[in-house]
Design a protein around this ligand. Structure first.
Ligand SMILES: [Ca+2]
Length: 317
């Protein structure tokens, strides 16, 4: 049963990463954490963690990253600074915890307890873990906070196809947003609160309460879209070239730009709080999924996890 759930979750979460889960033989993605690490951990990424001596683009490594990792076996939630320091394990059970999302004020984390198939909340230090939605046989995944921190959107595959639901953070007001006739998953709430980005099996969509707008897609799998802080740009992964890579585009779907060129595939991107940096999962190395930070144009990529098992689904606030 657990294997079935795992496969379903992986497929629902990101079909392209499912493909790459099995590859494991890709080449080195080229970046390293070498170089001068004598600087302090705040401020300019180029002078702190990047081993690419030639990179001069600046970027901010402020904020906190939460992610899931299978480095100890079962998937657990971890937090760390965006330079890879101050790694903290937040969940320790034998259940599979995954899909962490930091609240807008950074005080709480919404996540999935895979064994319960439900959405949970905990404090950012791992305290006060409590179930928010009752899985009840219908599987809930991929929580995303509303910008005011009062609601959480998530994917639910009760009908067999991922649909978007919304619930208040006190557990009230459970509402289905999309009807489940077409895949709508991996939500991300717009900074102005007006709608939800979601990845489909084939397109990136923007979902309002009564309409859906297709932004990009048609070739390969387009998934895991995230707005930047001011809502002007969207980052997402796509297999349009055959391999999953990270792309950015304007919020209206124009000016699509490929940011990564990762032989093993790159998925599940997010922006730094100020939009100057990105984070994503790379599947091309020898350590399973690895989290990389890079400048917003994709340059200066740095592996910040360097741990066995799959480090995945980063959320950066
Ligand atoms: Ca790893």
């Amino acid at each position: 049963m657990l294997l079935l759930l795992t496969l379903l979750s992986c497929t629902a979460k990101d079909p392209c990463s499912t493909l790459n889960c099995d590859s494991g033989t890709g080449g080195d993605t080229g970046s390293s954490t070498g170089g001068d690490t004598g600087s302090t951990t705040s401020g300019d990424a180029g002078s702190t963690t990047s081993g690419d001596a030639g990179s001069t683009t600046s970027g901010s490594l402020d904020g906190l990253v939460v992610f899931s990792s299978t480095r100890t076996g079962a998937s657990d939630i971890y937090s760390m600074k965006p330079d890879g320091t101050e790694l903290t394990r937040l969940t320790t059970s034998d259940d599979y915890e995954m899909d962490p999302a930091l609240s807008p004020d950074g005080s709480r984390i919404a996540y999935v307890d895979h064994s319960q198939a439900s959405i949970w909340l905990m404090d950012v230090d791992g305290g006060n873990q409590a179930e928010l939605t009752d899985g009840g046989g219908s599987w809930n995944y991929q929580p995303a906070w509303s910008p005011d921190g009062t609601q959480i959107a998530f994917g639910n595959i009760a009908t067999g196809t991922m649909a978007l639901w919304v619930v208040n953070v006190d557990g009230s007001g459970l509402t289905q947003i999309t009807d489940g006739s077409t895949y709508r998953g991996m939500p991300d709430w717009s900074p102005d609160g007006s709608g939800l980005l979601c990845g489909g099996l084939d397109y990136v969509y923007k979902v309002a309460l009564d309409s859906t707008e297709t932004l990009v897609g048609g070739t390969g799998v387009d998934s895991a879209p995230r707005w930047n802080a001011d809502g002007t740009m969207i980052i997402f992964s796509s297999t349009s070239t055959g391999t999953a890579e990270i792309y950015s585009m304007n919020a209206d779907g124009t000016d699509i730009t490929q940011l990564t060129n990762d032989d093993g595939g790159a998925t599940n991107p997010d922006w730094s709080p100020d939009g100057s940096m990105i984070i994503y999962t790379s599947w091309g190395g020898k350590n399973g999924g690895e989290l990389y930070t890079a400048h917003a144009d994709g340059s200066g990529a740095v592996d910040i996890t360097n741990a066995p098992g799959d480090d995945d689904v980063p959320d950066w606030r």
